[in-house]
Design a protein around this ligand. Structure first.
Ligand SMILES: Cc1cc2nc3c(=O)[nH]c(=O)nc-3n(C[C@H](O)[C@H](O)[C@H](O)COP(=O)(O)OP(=O)(O)OC[C@H]3O[C@@H](n4cnc5c(N)ncnc54)[C@H](O)[C@@H]3O)c2cc1C
Length: 424
């Protein structure tokens, strides 16, 4: 086995998980395949932005040393990129072609393979999560064979959000749009009651909307900030730019989602138009947002239940507020991917940025408050697996597990996270 380009003991972005496995950096796909063939416990690893041991195994394969130039296909309107490419890399490759992705997560630093494997998403009631842009994948299966799949492949819907259990993803082909510009406005101090009453309207007010709040407990509590990202070409149903939104004034200075933090790492606001890739994420490319000192959790409910779920969280917020830095509420369209947290359910996502440290109690509080709404957790973030049963939350669960066993009969890609969360 090739071990000369491997390093032990790296930590994840948040610094709350030290990988137990050896990290390999093969220089060719063949080298990566031979590591897979010889290992009894192996996984692909991306940019290490997950908050748990989901990416851990005895042998971890980081493909970032394999040069795989992006291939733009103008006829198919798609781009094939290395699984290890970041969304910033993808945006740079699309720029000369006047092409764009339909959505991005809050920061562009995460890898494409890691993001799609966990159903990572941005915001926008009309947009599916990032995995919904995938039209094809190439991966190293447990046998070491390189397998290519596309939307015509049977079970494709089960193979994209696959939680790392499919194999090591070498190439991802993404559907692209023509490029577009976004202008971003931040509105401050919307009353919480109004937000709960008008949640659907607010989340549908523009191409992409994020509400940042601390769920201040009192009925008179203020919500904080609403970030409205609208297309400047008027092709979506975005509200027109205005100086107030539901009586809340538009901000006149740049904001960071966490009150009091320096906004220089954030994408430009104040209505200044910019390319999609420079406005859809909250954090700027080429700028490293803080690394660590926070833990994230996120839970998705049916969009129909968004207001009731918001209210339920508000009622228990006193029990978690001392650990909460900020929460973000976003909208995600339904999709057909078996293990997507948004499978057949237009969703509202409640994201929590916690102070670093032990958040077991507050996460339990949140999960229990959301329990009446059948919450699905974000796979890459921190949640209490004992309070969540994926076999009831996901209709295609049995088919998914059966598919992973078929593709990987000896379970080399099924790690301890899998045994704890998915199936022992
Ligand atoms: C600061 C910050 C901001 C975030 N913002 C958002 C957000 O806006 N929206 C959101 O939904 N999530 C967000 N997340 C969560 C993040 O997007 C997910 O945890 C995502 O999975 C991270 O991707 P990664 O490349 O770091 O994957 P890793 O953490 O490295 O791995 C995650 C999973 O993907 C698998 N994987 C990675 N690479 C490969 C590969 N090549 N082949 C096969 N499997 C692979 C791993 O085995 C593992 O199962 C954020 C996280 C952080 C730290």
């Amino acid at each position: 086995m090739t071990r000369d380009l491997s390093t032990p003991s790296e930590i994840n972005w948040a610094g709350n998980h030290r990988y137990a496995g050896m990290i390999h950096r093969p220089r060719t796909v063949d080298e990566a395949a031979s590591i897979v063939r010889e290992s009894h416990s192996v996984r692909g690893i991306g940019s290490r932005h997950s908050f748990t041991d989901i990416a851990d195994a005895v042998d971890l394969i980081d493909l970032s040393s394999i040069g795989r130039p992006p291939e733009f296909n103008a006829d198919a309107r798609s781009i094939a990129v290395s699984g290890t490419a970041s969304y910033a890399d993808v945006a740079r490759s699309l720029r000369p072609h006047g092409a764009a992705l339909r959505n991005l997560a809050s920061l562009p630093h995460i890898s494409v393979a890691g993001a799609i494997s966990t159903g990572t998403h941005g915001s926008g009631a009309a947009h599916g999560n990032l995995a919904t842009s995938v039209v094809g994948l190439e991966f190293i299966a447990s046998s070491g064979e390189i397998i290519s799949i596309d939307r015509q492949t049977p079970d494709f819907e089960g193979m994209v959000v696959a939680l790392g259990a499919l194999g090591v993803i070498t190439t991802v082909t993404l559907d692209v749009d023509f490029d577009y510009e976004i202008a971003q406005h931040v509105y401050n101090d919307l009353p919480l009651d109004l937000v709960v009453d008008q949640l659907g309207m607010i989340l549908n007010a523009a191409y992409s909307v994020s509400i940042f709040t601390t769920f201040a407990g009192s009925v008179r509590g203020q919500v904080g900030q609403v970030w409205i990202k609208r297309r400047t070409d008027g092709s979506d149903q975005s509200m027109s730019p205005r100086s107030t939104f539901l009586d809340a004034p538009a901000a006149t200075i740049q904001h960071h989602p966490v009150p009091g933090l320096d906004a220089s790492s954030c994408t430009r606001q104040l209505g200044e138009p910019g390319l999609w890739s420079e406005r859809l994420p909250h954090f700027r490319m080429g700028f490293t947002p803080s690394s660590g000192n926070e833990i994230q959790s996120e839970f998705f409910v049916d969009a129909e239940d968004g207001d009731a779920a918001f209210d339920a969280l508000r009622r228990v917020s006193a029990d978690f507020s001392d650990r909460l830095m900020v929460a973000e509420v976003r909208a995600i369209a339904a999709d057909e991917m078996w293990m997507s947290p948004h499978y057949q359910r237009a969703s509202v996502g409640f994201h929590f940025t916690w102070l670093a440290g032990n958040n077991d109690g507050v996460v339990r509080t949140v999960q229990q408050a959301l329990e009446p709404f059948a919450p699905r957790p974000h796979w890459g973030k921190f949640f209490d697996a004992t309070l969540f049963d994926p076999s009831t939350a996901y209709e295609m669960f049995d088919d998914f597990v059966e598919m992973t066993v078929r593709l990987d009969p000896h379970g080399v890609f099924r790690n301890s996270w899998w045994r704890r969360v998915i199936s022992s």
